[in-house]
Design a protein around this ligand. Sequence first.
Ligand SMILES: [Fe+2]
Ligand SMILES: [Fe+2]
Length: 227
Amino acid sequence: MTKKEKLVRVRKLVEPIYRKLKIWPHGWSHVKNVAKFTKLIAEREGENTYLCQLAAYLHDLGRLQEEARGPVDRTPGVQGHAELSTEPAKEILDKVKGLQEKDKKAIIEAIHYHSLKEFPTRNPIGLILQDADKWDGIGRFGAARLAAFNAEMPITGSEARSDPDKVLEKILKFASNNKNQRDKLITAMRFVVEWYDLLNTKSAKELLKKDWEFSKKYLQKLEELNR
Ligand SMILES: [Fe+2]
Ligand SMILES: [Fe+2]
């Protein structure tokens, strides 16, 4: 089996799991995007695209357990989705033939810490995964994800993918009619706009620049609604 075939196999194993998630911004489309971005960043950084993509496909598996628990609980000591992802990720990695122990360990470490503000080691898989994960919150599609998840606006994943411009207009309309949702979206967008400085790799900064510029402008439009 080639590495490409192994990745296809892993995709087939994880897709049905992510499809069970009720909240689309963290579901299969997000994971596919993260895998795509991970590959782009890893290529530019000269890092192992295969290992980085494996980490991307497995990085949010714990969302299912987290979602089943109820609203996201950020109390210190309570395991978040990143830590919850490591066990199901190990189970799948054990099915991938030919992986070295050190590579498995690096992938699990990348998954374990991916949701921290700063990655605690110099593990390239972790640094790249974190950047790719952030990318999906930036730009047009990112704004739609935030509107649906953080501001609970009725935006579907398929409309966000098929007609992003129409969706962005729709979000502005919701935001102008509902201050509570608007404020939630502004808070989320501000957080995301600040991510740019936290990106780990030079390549991600280059690749994301346009999407980041978009997010900054869109945030301004939202903030203007408060004036
Ligand atoms: Fe995550
Ligand atoms: Fe993620």
